[in-house]
Ligand binder design. Structure first.
Ligand code: KDO
Length: 331
């Protein structure tokens, strides 16, 4: 499991490394820029596909887009640090990862906050989001170009007992990704969360080291979790997102035209990925039923009430910018 540096220690270390690299200056003498992206997602994941189909070709006039999948270049959760230190140019990062450094981002990790993909887009584009983006840029050296829709996270279990309310998850060892915000979500759902990297989940389900995991339906298919689980409970507890994260240092070395092209390319890739992911979510229930899994909706009101109460009473909520929850809900 990854250990996160404290925000102060991390930002202090980063500030000095940014100072050195910006003083030394980046060499763009060669006319082509290499944009390496590291992600734990597979090559077949719709975010990966959209970036490869749209972003790569759209920036090909000045940059070579070089994606690495399945966390082979950087371990899940270490990408932001790598970009910040100048060791990586791009990643698809999460609000949960950003929240380890900037606690205010935990607002976007709260269950049942975003209503759907469109709401997520509006939140990312909203004026109140600007100071948060600016802070990540200024303090971490990371530019958040666009929001990618990962999908509605659903419970996927190898156990057979029906889960209708949070009480039915008591004692269930539910794998969640490895940060506090993710662990909290697991607990808020009523389960016993177990932190684990995405790339280890298949084997852990297969061996029974965990009882289940949560991810959107397209991820469950892509990672073949249906081969070793028995049910999907359609809790839709988190309309999940990832941000396209881009090195600020590299960005500042681009011409205004190149910046405009890269921004347009990121927006177009995010939109394509979003539309494809939504379509897949619609189609996949039948796929899992055909694989012999049970797929059903639990008591959604019971889950929503339990999760929202847990967040409002949590330590996380104390870090949320004043009034932002109301602004998000009003969008
Ligand atoms: C996961 O680890 O379950 C998760 O879905 C978390 C997301 O934030 C994202 O990082 C995703 O994994 C990876 O891109 C793999 O799909």
């Amino acid at each position: 499991m990854k250990t996160y540096l404290s925000r102060r220690a991390f930002l202090a270390a980063t500030a000095s490394s940014l100072a050195v690299t910006s003083f030394a200056g980046l060499s763009f003498a060669q006319d082509r820029i290499v944009l390496r992206l590291s992600t734990p997602a597979s090559e077949g994941d719709q975010r990966s596909v959209a970036l490869a189909e749209v972003f790569g070709p759209d920036v090909a006039g000045f940059a070579d887009y070089q994606p690495s999948y399945n966390a082979t270049l950087f371990k899940q959760g270490t990408e932001l640090e790598a970009i910040s230190r100048g060791n990586l140019e791009m990643s698809i990062t999460s609000a949960q990862e950003l929240a380890t450094i900037f606690p205010e981002f935990s607002i976007f990790t709260a269950g049942y906050l975003h209503r759907d993909a469109e709401h997520q887009k509006k939140v990312f584009a909203a004026d109140f989001m600007q100071p948060l983006k600016q802070k990540v840029e200024d303090e971490l050296g990371v530019k958040l170009l666009a929001v990618m829709y990962l999908g509605r996270r659903q419970l996927n279990l190898r156990t057979e007992g029906k889960v209708m309310t949070p009480a039915d998850l008591a004692g269930i060892q539910l794998r969640m990704p490895g940060t506090d915000a993710w662990q909290f979500l697991g607990r808020a759902l009523g389960a016993d969360p177990v932190p684990m990297a995405f790339t280890e989940v298949y084997t852990a389900l297969q061996t029974g080291a965990i009882d289940g995991q949560d991810n959107p339906l397209p991820t469950d298919k892509d990672a073949k979790f249906y081969e070793i689980t028995k049910q999907i409970v359609l809790t839709s507890h988190l309309v999940d997102l990832n941000y396209i994260a881009f090195s600020k240092k590299v960005w500042d070395g681009l011409t205004p035209d190149q910046q405009a092209t890269a921004q347009k390319a990121a927006d177009a890739a995010a939109e394509l990925g979003r539309q494809r992911q939504l379509k897949l979510e619609d189609e996949l229930v039948q796929f899992f039923l055909d694989q012999g899994l049970q797929v059903y909706e639990p008591d959604l009101e019971a889950f929503r009430a339990h999760v929202q109460k847990a967040y409002l009473e949590s330590e996380f909520a104390k870090d949320w910018p004043a009034g932002m929850l109301d602004l998000i809900n009003a969008l």
